[in-house]
Ligand binder design. Structure first.
Ligand SMILES: Nc1ncnc2c1ncn2[C@@H]1O[C@H](COP(=O)(O)OP(=O)(O)O)[C@@H](O)[C@H]1O
Ligand SMILES: O=C(CO)[C@H](O)[C@H](O)COP(=O)(O)O
Length: 502
C-alpha cells in the first residue's frame, strides 16, 4: 500500500501507469476497468477474459478489516515462473508458507504472422506484479524469476530493444551446429541445435547490422532486467547452454576467444542479489524501498527447488508442456549425444535433460477437463498395448537427441480412454528410458521421483509411472516452479549496503 493513498487512487494510478511500463503500448489494450472498491475483483485491463487467478491461503484470509492477518512488516518473498504455456507467481514467508499465488496465460499478440513473445512476456510480468495483493506488496523483500531454459533474447545494450525475435527454448538452429562443434569439446552441452550457443552463432552469422552494443540475455535474465535495470546479468543455470562452466565459475577459454564473446552476460549464482527494484516500478506497484531483485534459474530447476528434494538419488520430473528430468547426483554427467547435461546445485549436480514430449501434446488432443474425466476411467495397474512417441512436431532433445524424430501417435483406438492411457504410458516409458540412461552414464541411481507441473495433478498417471519406472513416484508437496523461484528470492535475502551487495 502506498502510504497516504487509498485503494482507489493506487488502482487508478496503476491503470493509468500500466501502459507506460509496457511501451510501446500494444494496440489491443481494451477499455477494461477496475472495480475500484475492490481492485482484486477487477476485470482485466486488457480486452481478454481476465486470466488472473489470485489465491490467498486460509491463514492469510482477511479477518473482516480487509487486511490479511499477517504480522505487520513480516518480510515476504516473491517468485515468478515464466513457463511454456503461462506464468505464475508465489508469495511466501521465511518459513515457506504461501501468502498469495496467481497465474496468467500469455496474451497472444500477433506481430505480422508470428506471436510477439517479447510484448507478451512484458505484459504478463506487469500483470503478475499487479495481481500481487495490494496490502502485501509493501512487505516484499526480494523478487526472483525462472524462465524456460535456452530461451534467448539478444538486445541492443544502448536502447534495450531486441535485435531479433527471441529464440524459444525448443527452437533448433542446426545450421550453427557444425561451427559450435568445431570450437567446443566433444559432446559438450552446447553441441545441440537447441543450445543457446547455437542460437547465438546463428544470430551472429545472419545479423548484418551493427552488433557492437549487442547483449545476450535469457528469458529470466531479460524479465529481471526490466525490474532492476542492470544490463547483462545472468545465473549459472540459465548460462549453462551458452557454454558457461559452473565448475570453474567462468566461461571456458574456447568460448572467450570467440569474436562474439563480448555479448555474453556476467554470471552469478541463482538467488544472488543484483540491485534494488527500479524506482518507477517500485512506486507504481507499492513495493518497499529495500525490495531487492535477485538472479533466477530455469523453470525445471525451480520446480526441483520447489519439491525440496535434498538427497542424491532423489529426482523431480516436471510434467509441464514438456518432460524435464532433474536427478540429484554427486557426479556430473554431460553427453550431448543423448541431450544429457548437468546443472550445478550448490555442491551437487542436477543431472538430466528435457524431452519435447509432455503435456503440450496432451493439450493438442484434450482439454484439462477431458484429461481429468478420461483419466478417471483408466486402470493404471494394466499395461497399455499402444506404443507411441508423443511429440507436437518433429524433433526430440532427450533421451534421444534427434532433430528429425517424427511424432508417433497412431493407430488411434476407438476409445479415447484407451488412447489417453496409451499416451500417458508411452510418456512414462520415455521417462523410464531417461532415468536408465542417466544411470548407465554414471549418475547416482534414482531411488524416488517427485512430480511437478500440470501433469502432477493426475493421480492415475502417477500410478502408471510407478509401475513403468518400478520406483516410488509422488506428487511433490509444491508442484509449481514459482514456489522454487520464491525460495531463491528467500535465499537472496541479501542486502545492498552503501552500493555493495552483502
Ligand atoms: N490432469 C492432467 N493430466 C495430465 N496432464 C495434465 C493434466 N492437467 C494439465 N495437464 C497438462 O499440464 C500442462 C500444463 O502444465 P504446466 O506446468 O502449467 O506447463 P508449463 O509450465 O510447461 O506451461 C498442459 O500441457 C496440460 O496438458
Ligand atoms: O523444456 C523446457 C521448457 O519447459 C526447458 O528446456 C526446461 O527448462 C529444461 O531445461 P533445463 O534442464 O536447462 O532446466
Amino acid at each position: 500500500m502506498i502510504v497516504g493513498l487509498d485503494n482507489r487512487t493506487v488502482a487508478e494510478r496503476m491503470v493509468n501507469a500500466l501502459p507506460s511500463l509496457l511501451l510501446p503500448v500494444p494496440t489491443f489494450l481494451g477499455s477494461g476497468h477496475y472495480n475500484l472498491s475492490n481492485p482484486r475483483s477487477r476485470t482485466s485491463v486488457f480486452n481478454t477474459v481476465d486470466k488472473c487467478k489470485v489465491r490467498m491461503p486460509n491463514h492469510c484470509k482477511s479477518k473482516g478489516n480487509g487486511a490479511a492477518d499477517i504480522e505487520a512488516r513480516e518480510h515476504l518473498y516473491l517468485g515468478m515462473d515464466f513457463g511454456t504455456s503461462g506464468a505464475r507467481y508465489a508469495l511466501i514467508d521465511k518459513e515457506g508458507n504461501m501468502h498469495a499465488e496467481g497465474k496468467r496465460e500469455y496474451p497472444l499478440i500477433n506481430n505480422k504472422e508470428t506471436i510477439d513473445w517479447i510484448q507478451s512476456w512484458k505484459i504478463t510480468l506487469f500483470q503478475l506484479l499487479d495481481d500481487v495483493p495490494l496490502n502485501l506488496r509493501s512487505t516484499v523483500a526480494s523478487i526472483s524469476i525462472d524462465g524456460t531454459s535456452a530461451t534467448t533474447i539478444i538486445i541492443d545494450g544502448k536502447t534495450g530493444e531486441p535485435l531479433s525475435k527471441p529464440f524459444l527454448y525448443n527452437e533448433s538452429c542446426p545450421e550453427a551446429l557444425p561451427m559450435v562443434k568445431s570450437i567446443a569439446p566433444e559432446n559438450h552441452t552446447v553441441c545441440s541445435g537447441s543450445s543457446t550457443l547455437c542460437k547465438l552463432v546463428s544470430w551472429w552469422s545472419s545479423y548484418d547490422s551493427n552488433k557492437d552494443s549487442a547483449v545476450l540475455l535469457h528469458q529470466a535474465d531479460w524479465l529481471l532486467w526490466l525490474l532492476h535495470g542492470k544490463l547483462g546479468v545472468s545465473d549459472y543455470n540459465n548460462a549453462l547452454k551458452v557454454g558457461y562452466d559452473p565448475e570453474i565459475d567462468n566461461y571456458p577459454s574456447w568460448l572467450l576467444t570467440q569474436p562474439y564473446s563480448y555479448v555474453l552476460p556476467s554470471v552469478q549464482a541463482p538467488g544472488s542479489s543484483i540491485d534494488y527494484i527500479k524506482e518507477d516500478i517500485r512506486t507504481q506497484f507499492g513495493f518497499p524501498k529495500d525490495c531487492i531483485i535477485c538472479t533466477g534459474t530455469t523453470d525445471s530447476i525451480a520446480a526441483f527447488l520447489a519439491a525440496r528434494a535434498t538427497q542424491p538419488g532423489k529426482a523431480v520430473t516436471s510434467l509441464g508442456s514438456t518432460l524435464a528430468i532433474k536427478l540429484l547426483s554427486t557426479s556430473r554427467i554431460e553427453d550431448a549425444r543423448f541431450g544429457v547435461y548437468s546443472h550445478r546445485l550448490d555442491d551437487k549436480w542436477l543431472v538430466g535433460g528435457a524431452s519435447n514430449t509432455g503435456g503440450a501434446v496432451l493439450r493438442q488432443l484434450f482439454t484439462d477437463e477431458q484429461l481429468e474425466k478420461l483419466s478417471e476411467q483408466i486402470n493404471p495397474t494394466e499395461a497399455s498395448y499402444l506404443d507411441y512417441y508423443p511429440l507436437q512436431s518433429a524433433g526430440e532433445r532427450f533421451p534421444v537427441a534427434d532433430p528429425k524424430m517424427e511424432p508417433r501417435l497412431h493407430p488411434r483406438p476407438e476409445s479415447d480412454v484407451e488412447y489417453l492411457h496409451g499416451i500417458l504410458e508411452s510418456i512414462a516409458r520415455i521417462e523410464a528410458k531417461a532415468y536408465n540412461l542417466l544411470k548407465e552414464l554414471g549418475a547416482t541411481p534414482v531411488e524416488e521421483v517427485f512430480t511437478a507441473g500440470g501433469g502432477s495433478n493426475n493421480e492415475k498417471w502417477i500410478k502408471i509411472r510407478e509401475r513403468v519406472l518400478g520406483l516410488p513416484v509422488h506428487r511433490a508437496l509444491q508442484t509449481e516452479a514459482a514456489y522454487g523461484a520464491a525460495l531463491l528470492a528467500l535465499k537472496s535475502k541479501g542486502r545492498i549496503i552503501k552500493g555493495k551487495i552483502i
